[in-house]
Write a protein that binds this ligand. Structure first.
Ligand SMILES: CC(C)(COP(=O)(O)OP(=O)(O)OC[C@H]1O[C@@H](n2cnc3c(N)ncnc32)[C@H](O)[C@@H]1OP(=O)(O)O)[C@@H](O)C(=O)NCCC(=O)NCCS
Length: 149
């Protein structure tokens, strides 16, 4: 799911979001290293049907200290939220975001921020409907493309 989410971002803006061969292995190894950290929160959405349980989504975030670069006080950063297409629009996405923010708060984060790609209108709409406010907008350019004054 992490690799699918990464590829989805790559399709939105291939120059900003990398996608390489071996994305599954790469992401799995990154996420499992993260899961070993006490700063990370990884949650799974589980659907039960006909006596079977399946993971249909996940959320990943981490606790961060004060960051002078972004002038951000200690907080929980929500990095990934993903729900498999067949389980969407039944509230799993909202539930994951809410559970992630609550868990980050329970672990001491005085505030939570989430990172959403600028072109991900759906995720932005969901977050704003849940009460998040917009804070930072990242802009990117290749140095060769900069237009002088
Ligand atoms: C974004 C995502 C996590 C939402 O998951 P979900 O389980 O469909 O979300 P929910 O069912 O909780 O829906 C939340 C709200 O968004 C609305 N919504 C969901 N999918 C929508 C769609 N395709 N078009 C319009 N609205 C949509 C729902 O109606 C709901 O609104 P409501 O609570 O006011 O009724 C899911 O679409 C996804 O995994 N997308 C790809 C990955 C991604 O973009 N992740 C987020 C950035 S990291």
């Amino acid at each position: 799911m992490g690799a699918t989410l990464a590829r989805l971002h790559n399709r939105m803006d291939p120059r900003r979001f990398f996608a390489i061969r071996g994305m599954e292995e790469g992401y799995a190894s990154w996420l499992s290293r993260e899961m070993a950290s006490r700063k990370a929160v990884v949650l799974a959405a589980i659907a039960r049907s006909r006596g079977r349980e399946r993971i249909v989504g996940y959320a990943y975030g981490r606790l961060e200290g004060r960051d002078w670069n972004t002038l951000r006080d200690p907080c929980g950063v929500g990095v990934d939220v993903y729900v498999v297409p067949r389980a969407r629009r039944r509230g799993a996405g909202r539930m994951l975001i809410e559970a992630l923010v609550r868990e980050l708060g329970r672990r001491g984060a005085p505030q939570a921020v989430i990172q959403v790609a600028a072109r991900n209108d759906r995720a932005l709409a969901i977050a704003e409907a849940m009460g998040f406010r917009r804070t930072v907008v990242e802009l990117a350019i290749d140095p060769a493309e900069i237009r002088g004054a």
